[in-house]
Design a protein around this ligand. Structure first.
Ligand code: AMP
Length: 210
């Protein structure tokens, strides 16, 4: 089984959903920079205050802040822990920094067409507590507005509005897309079609991880 996994793919490609399922079923620790940053913003920490403006506009938070944050998290892991990096790295500089600290053995790229991403993101509803995500049409919570898993009230992320979504996709193409070649050159890239039924996608994801 692969032990250190990077999840690649544009915003809305299902990294959070698939990463969460892998973590639940196979015991990986999922490290999501987006979740960490949103928590920092909610708690009003120094990092949160620095990051908020970038996040609200859909821009990337500066590399040095993110790299320090991840280094700190990685240093707390027990040796041999299986880890999934979700939303990190997002730039070649971050990927180089990660590679200096840890040997990645799989980069799993979720491939989804742009037109579907916008629909997924603008109708996404997220749980602030357990980070589960739902969709107003395709993956409704059992009770409207309430998380199936932990019962918290769902919310729409500030950056999941129409305008910011377009910017985030542009930022992805410019900064993060090059990581597909980056990991392909290292011989560890697997691309999975990220469209279709969630469980079918998860079956392909599990196959890549084994
Ligand atoms: P996400 O939840 O992964 O979509 O991330 C939400 C926002 O957090 C992004 O649009 C960025 O502003 C910021 N962010 C998350 N991860 C990173 C990263 N690795 N590098 C820079 N900014 C990030």
């Amino acid at each position: 089984m692969k032990s250190k996994i990077v999840l690649l793919g544009p915003p809305g490609s299902g990294k959070g959903t698939q990463g969460e399922k892998l973590s639940e079923e196979m015991g990986y620790v999922r490290l999501s920079t987006g979740d960490m940053l949103r928590e920092a913003v909610r708690n009003g920490t120094e990092l949160g205050m620095k990051a908020k403006g970038y996040m609200d506009s859909g821009a990337l938070v500066p590399n040095d802040l993110i790299i320090d944050l991840m280094k700190e998290k990685i240093s707390t892991l027990e040796p041999g822990t299986g880890v999934i990096f979700d939303g990190f790295p997002r730039t070649v500089e971050q990927a180089d920094a990660l590679g200096e600290q840890i040997e990645i053995d799989l980069a799993l790229n979720l491939d989804v067409a742009d037109c579907e991403l916008v629909e997924r993101l603008t109708k996404r509803r997220s749980c602030p507590e357990c980070h589960c995500v739902f969709h107003l049409t395709h993956n409704k919570p059992r009770q409207e507005g309430v998380c199936d898993k932990c019962g918290s009230l769902l919310y729409q992320r500030d950056d999941d509005c129409d305008e910011t979504v377009c910017n985030r996709l542009e930022v992805y193409r410019k900064n993060t897309l090059p990581l597909i070649d980056y990991y392909e050159r290292k011989g560890i890239l697997v691309t999975v079609e990220g469209t279709g039924k969630m469980d079918e996608i998860f079956a392909k994801v599990k196959e890549a991880v084994r």
